[in-house]
Design a protein around this ligand. Structure first.
Ligand code: SAH
Length: 345
């Protein structure tokens, strides 16, 4: 059995036509799926016989909201969605001036091993399917009763370690007959899987690419991000330049400031030198404390930003949202699974 939401629009069209139905049926089904349905019977304008035929090999699934918290400080909502096999993932909805932005997960867990990150602590359980990734956007929007205007792929998981499903998701979520969110309103963040960055560039979309850099020398970066041992900084920067060249887009570099690790003036100088002249932007993130990592938030965030700006590097400090509800990646899933274990044992 396959999740109907895993099919791309073109695959759905082919399926419906193979069933001898006219092609507008596929449009109707695609539109229903994009609205968020719980069963085939919800597709009221689709005939019973087609619904029955579909249900022989396909299912529709609405992920269960296993937990939901709303920040009293800024209204950020965090969902813990339970997938069909019982695994849970996190989705966060943030409110900005220009509308709602949803942060989606792409894998159950993560195998990238970054030293500061909560999502990677238990390793990778499995990839999420295209439909599971999409269902976060659809069902968060349905639950909020509002349209989502931006998507960030910055939840649990490394999107480019699940390339096929993530690109299928992107095709569906941007489709005019579906959720219909423009590429320019979607940001994908990667720890730096270089060959996949190049593949994304070759797709020539208007997707915003964010690269988690966090250090400007191989020595420093390899210490906190194991991926750097496979793809070093030179390769990464050249892939970033390739992305800019192919798409015309500006790249965002994320830099989480960790006390005593990557936040000194010389670190800022190295970063400014590395990015000099590039069409990019630096997003500084005061590192979120994760108990297990022992890493602390930098107290030099403003100085760091000022140094970059003085050296003509565009920089902003990321707003911290939902700090009262463990809104940052991986924190909630971990907390809940720990609490569960306590209950069980
Ligand atoms: N795997 C992707 C997507 C995760 S996005 C990636 O690495 O980019 C989440 C962003 O938050 C990444 O830039 C990640 O490096 C950063 N991050 C992870 N844990 C963090 C923490 N404890 N404090 C601050 N930033 C963190």
């Amino acid at each position: 059995m396959t999740d109907l939401l895993d099919l791309t629009y073109d695959e759905l069209k082919r399926l419906v036509s193979d069933m001898g139905e006219s092609s507008y049926r596929a449009d109707q089904i695609f539109a229903w799926l994009s609205k968020g349905i719980e069963s085939f019977d919800d597709m009221r304008n689709v005939g019973r016989s087609l619904r029955e035929k579909l249900s022989e090999n396909y299912f529709v699934y609405a992920p269960e909201i296993a937990f939901k918290a709303r920040s009293k400080i800024d209204g950020t909502v965090k969902y813990l969605f339970r997938l069909r096999d019982g695994n849970c993932i996190e989705t966060v909805v943030m409110r900005y001036e220009h509308g709602l932005s949803v942060c989606v997960s792409t894998q159950v867990g993560c195998r990238m091993g970054c030293a500061f990150c909560a999502s990677t602590i238990g390793g990778r359980v499995r990839n999420m399917t295209a439909g599971e990734i999409l269902s976060q956007v659809i069902f968060a929007s349905k639950d909020m009763g509002e349209r989502i205007s931006n998507i960030v792929l910055m939840g649990i998981g490394e999107p480019l370690d699940n390339f096929e499903n993530v690109t299928a998701f992107l095709k569906n979520v941007t489709h005019p007959k579906g959720v219909n969110i423009g590429w320019r309103h979607i940001s994908l963040s990667t720890c730096g899987i270089v060959p996949r960055i190049r593949e994304l560039a070759d797709m020539k979309t208007q997707l915003n690419l964010c690269i988690s850099l966090h250090a400007a020398t191989d020595e420093d970066r390899s210490r906190i991000m194991p991926i750097n041992k496979s793809y070093g900084i030179n390769e990464l920067i050249s892939a970033a330049r390739y992305y800019i060249e192919k798409t015309g887009r500006r790249i965002s570099f994320e830099y989480s400031l960790i006390k005593g690790v990557n936040d000194s003036k010389s670190h800022a100088a190295q970063l400014a030198r590395l990015l000099s002249g590039m069409k990019c932007h630096v997003n500084l993130i005061p590192v979120n404390k994760v108990k297990e990592t022992g890493l602390e938030k930098s107290v030099r965030v403003n100085e760091f930003k000022k140094y970059l700006e003085e050296h003509k590097i565009n920089a902003t400090v990321r707003r911290e949202l939902g700090s009262d509800i463990s809104a940052s990646c991986g924190q909630l899933r971990k907390r809940i699974s720990e609490e569960k274990q306590e209950e069980v044992f």
